[in-house]
Design a protein around this ligand. Structure first.
Ligand code: CA
Ligand code: CA
Length: 159
């Protein structure tokens, strides 16, 4: 009888543990106003800032501008909320020469828009910072733009 009682207690404890585990690993595992995509936390701004100001914002949150590591991540971030006109900075810049990710990694799988990067535009300014423009096809939508232009931006957790 006593062992049956202990078994019942053990069952309750295990059930509670499982319930707690579920509630802490769902989408609420990301900070408020961030969103979980493919198991990682991202923040899409509604404001617009220059590339450097955007990066500073992300870093203040303990994150950085998004680093797109794979074709899956590129696809997952495309046209969020069905927004075909979405346009945001990503964590790629070429101010020191070659385009590099903010985490220091080399650019191995780019998704440039056709004809980009062209380091040029109607404004004839140097274009060293990279935006993702969702009007374009899913695997061809990056453009180099002047770093001082203001855009929305996407942060990604760095852990
Ligand atoms: Ca990433
Ligand atoms: Ca360009």
């Amino acid at each position: 009888m006593k062992s049956l009682f202990l078994l019942l207690i053990l069952g309750i404890v295990l059930y509670e543990a499982a319930a707690n585990k579920c509630s802490s690993t769902d989408s609420s595992g990301c900070p408020t106003d961030w969103r979980e995509i493919g198991g990682r936390c991202y923040f899409l701004s509604s404001e617009m800032k220059t590339w450097v100001e955007s990066r500073n914002y992300c870093r203040r949150q303990g994150a950085d501008l998004v680093v797109i590591n794979s074709i899956e991540e590129q696809r997952a971030l495309y046209r969020l909320d069905g927004d075909h006109e979405l346009l945001f900075w990503i964590g790629l810049d070429g101010r020191d020469g070659d385009f590099k990710w903010v985490d220091g990694s080399a650019l191995t799988r780019p998704f440039w828009q056709e004809g980009q990067p062209d380091d040029a535009g109607p404004n004839t300014k140097v274009e060293d910072c990279v935006e993702m423009y969702h009007h374009n096809p899913v695997y061809a939508n990056w453009n180099d733009a002047p770093c001082e232009s203001t855009r929305r931006w996407m942060c990604e957790e760095t852990k």
